[in-house]
Ligand binder design. Structure first.
Ligand code: GAR
Length: 191
C-alpha cells in the first residue's frame, strides 16, 4: 500500500477551507491526512477547528520573531519535522519569502477568491463587486514570492449580478469547499 500523503494547511482566520480539506481527508475523499495547521493568529477560529480534529498546530505571533526569515525558518523546520508533502494556503494572509519557498517551492498552493490575475490581494471580492464585476470566481495556484501570483492550477467562474455581498461570499465559499479538495486530489494523483 502506498504511504498516505501528509498535508499542511496554513490559515489566518475562520478556517472554513481548512475544515473542508480536513473533512475530505477524514471521509477518504482525499488520499491524505492534514497533519499540521500553521496559523499566524493564535486566537483565530481555525485553531479551535484544528483542536477539534486533533490536528497538530503551530500558532505564533509574527512580531515575536526577530525577522521574517527567522519566522519562516521555524515554519519550514516544523514542516520538515512533520514530513509534510504538500502545503495548502487557505486564507493565510501573508506573503511567503525565499526562506520558505527555497525549501518548499513547488509544493505550496493557494486559494484566492477571484479569477486571477484579476483582483489580487486583500478584499478581492469586495473590490470586484465595487468594480461592477458580473463574473466572480475562485482560483487555485502555485505560490511564488508575489501577491496571489504563481502558475494557475484550477479556476471556476461564478456568474453573479446581485448586490448582496453575503450571498456572494456564500456562493464563493461553496465553490471553494468543493474545488480545493478536488484540486488536491488531482495534484496528489499527478505526483
Ligand atoms: C477564502 O475565501 C480564501 O479564498 C481567501 O480567504 C478566505 C479564507 O476563508 N484567501 C485570500 O484572500 C488569499 N489572498 P476561510 O478562513 O473560511 O477558509
Amino acid at each position: 500500500m502506498t504511504k498516505k500523503k501528509r498535508l499542511a494547511v496554513f490559515a489566518s482566520g475562520t478556517g472554513s477551507n481548512f475544515e473542508a480539506i480536513v473533512n475530505a481527508c477524514e471521509a477518504g475523499k482525499i488520499p491524505a491526512d492534514v497533519v499540521v495547521l500553521v496559523c499566524d493568529k493564535p486566537g483565530a477560529l481555525v485553531v479551535e477547528r484544528a483542536a477539534r480534529h486533533g490536528v497538530k498546530t503551530l500558532a505564533f505571533v509574527p512580531k515575536l520573531f526577530p525577522s521574517k526569515a527567522d519566522m519562516e525558518t521555524a515554519i519550514a523546520d516544523f514542516l520538515d519535522e512533520n514530513e509534510v508533502d504538500l502545503v495548502c494556503l487557505a486564507g493565510y494572509m501573508r506573503i511567503l519569502s525565499s526562506t520558505l519557498l527555497s525549501r518548499y517551492g513547488g509544493r505550496i498552493i493557494n486559494i484566492h477568491p477571484s479569477l486571477l490575475p484579476a483582483f489580487q490581494g486583500a478584499r478581492a471580492v469586495e473590490r470586484a463587486m465595487e468594480y461592477g464585476v458580473k463574473v466572480f470566481g475562485v482560483t487555485i495556484h502555485y505560490v511564488d514570492e508575489t501577491v496571489d501570483g504563481g502558475r494557475i492550477i484550477a479556476q471556476r467562474a461564478i456568474p453573479y449580478e446581485g448586490e448582496d455581498i453575503d450571498e456572494l461570499f456564500g456562493l464563493i465559499h461553496a465553490v471553494e469547499h468543493e474545488l480545493y479538495p478536488a484540486t488536491i486530489v488531482r495534484l496528489l494523483a499527478e505526483r
